[in-house]
Design a protein around this ligand. Structure first.
Ligand code: SAH
Length: 413
């Protein structure tokens, strides 16, 4: 097997179980004598050793600033049952957390580094698993992963692969980046998802992993949606950046007086309407608008009541404003602006749920942006809850970079 030898002292972070080897830490690469090329191929399983020759672990070779992502520490080769045992361990955690239930068959089975499987995401929607690779190594292992998921999760009969947007842009990839890996005979070839439903805490959602964002649904807001349900009774609710309408459904079930869902995407609004109709048929409390968030909050778009209304509860769950470090300053300005607009629209005694899913914007920076928004509007604001990603999106304690979702629940006077 190819060996990656580190520079002196560069083994320290690996001994602390940090799963990445940066390219600057690599002294040299020693290929197997019969290796068919003169450099390792991206996605190869390689062995990592210290400058003194001690075995540190095995992982996937990558091209770029991260040279190796470690799959197993302290071993010379990947155990033959590696995929089975790691996927089974991830499943046991979800069972222990009480997420696998008849009324809840939507959960994240594998959350990359947080499940010690760097570069791999697996989401479960009823009888279908959607696998997403963020590294060429995981792409190469996709068939073994699919089989391990099928063997491990009793409910799963189909495994769909969706990695067209997540694999490294310049990598040479062999094989399809998207399509069925395993398909049960009564599941149609063209993966028609129009009648595919999955439940989250007893609410039904149509999951469109083919055309939808990410793997089709944002599982990471489940617990925060449940908190909205607790506060929704009798309130006029605005769900801004609603996508599939997750927060709206919980607010309706929680007894909201009215719920307005807003998203710039027409497709998202169609999906919200389908989901509301399925769970709350003919419910007059709900209205959905395809509109830009800033225009809607600035009242360039007036809602169905043809008047300017304020809300008792507003949810702001925008897409990642900063996709990388260079964009952080602009992102913080964006968070401040949208939060200031929302705080203006809240009735006294109202509540704002505000989120950031930008990994590059940390908790403190986000809180400062929201603080600046409150100060700009000049209202008295208290923090009721500090929210984060849920338990099926765990953060590996040795890899704090895995923390990305943060939220604040504010009481606005
Ligand atoms: N809250 C959702 C997830 C939000 S994802 C859930 O619980 O599932 C972010 C959403 O913001 C996407 O659906 C995207 O279409 C929408 N969006 C992006 N820019 C927008 C804008 N300027 N105005 C309104 N919606 C926008």
């Amino acid at each position: 097997m190819t060996q990656v030898i580190l520079k002196p002292h560069k083994e320290e972070s690996l001994l602390r179980f940090h799963p990445w080897v940066f390219s600057g830490a690599v002294a040299r690469v020693v290929l197997d004598p019969d290796y068919p090329a003169d450099a390792p191929r991206e996605g190869d399983v390689v062995q990592v050793r210290s400058a003194d020759g001690d075995v540190l672990g095995v992982g996937h070779w990558q091209v770029g600033s991260i040279a190796v992502r470690i799959l197993a520490f302290g071993v010379e080769t990947l155990p033959a049952d590696y995929w089975q045992t790691s996927i089974a361990a991830a499943y046991r955690v979800r069972e222990t957390l009480g997420l696998v239930r008849p009324d809840n068959n939507t959960y994240r089975l594998v959350h990359g580094e947080g499940d010690f499987l760097p570069g791999l995401i697996v989401d479960i929607y009823a009888d279908t698993a959607v696998v997403q690779a963020h590294s060429v190594g995981m792409h190469c292992a996709r068939h073994e992963i699919a089989k391990a998921v099928l063997d491990t999760v009793p409910a799963v009969r189909n495994v769909y692969y969706k990695s067209d947007d997540t694999l490294p842009f310049k990598a040479e990839i062999s094989g399809d980046k998207t399509g069925w890996l395993i398909r049960h005979s009564d599941c149609s070839e063209n993966a028609d998802t129009s009648e595919f439903w999955s439940s989250e805490n007893g609410l039904q959602f149509r999951i469109d992993w083919l055309r939808g964002q990410k793997t089709g649904f944002f599982i990471d807001q489940r617990e925060n949606r449940a908190l909205v349900e607790r506060y929704a009774r009798g309130k006029d609710v605005l769900n801004m950046f609603c996508y599939t309408g997750g927060f709206s459904l919980y607010a309706l079930r929680g007894g909201a007086r009215s719920v307005d869902s807003v998203d710039v995407s027409r497709k998202a609004i169609d999906l919200v309407n389908v989901n509301v109709a399925r769970n709350f048929p003919d419910d007059p409390r709900h209205h959905a608008y395809a509109a830009d968030a800033f225009d809607f909050l600035n009242e360039k778009i007036i809602n169905h009541k043809s008047q300017i209304i304020n809300y008792d509860l507003i949810i702001l769950d925008p897409p990642a404003f900063a996709k990388h470090r260079d964009a952080v300053r602009n992102a913080l300005r964006g968070y401040q602006r949208i939060n200031a607009n929302a705080i203006r629209k809240i009735r006294p005694g109202g509540i704002l749920f505000t989120f950031s899913c930008s990994q590059a914007v940390d908790k403190e920076a986000f809180r400062l942006a929201v603080f600046s928004a409150a100060a700009q509007v000049g209202r008295r604001v208290r923090i009721l809850h500090q929210l984060h990603q849920p338990q099926d999106h765990p953060v590996n304690i040795y890899h704090p970079e895995g923390e990305y979702l943060k939220g604040l629940v504010l009481f606005v006077e």
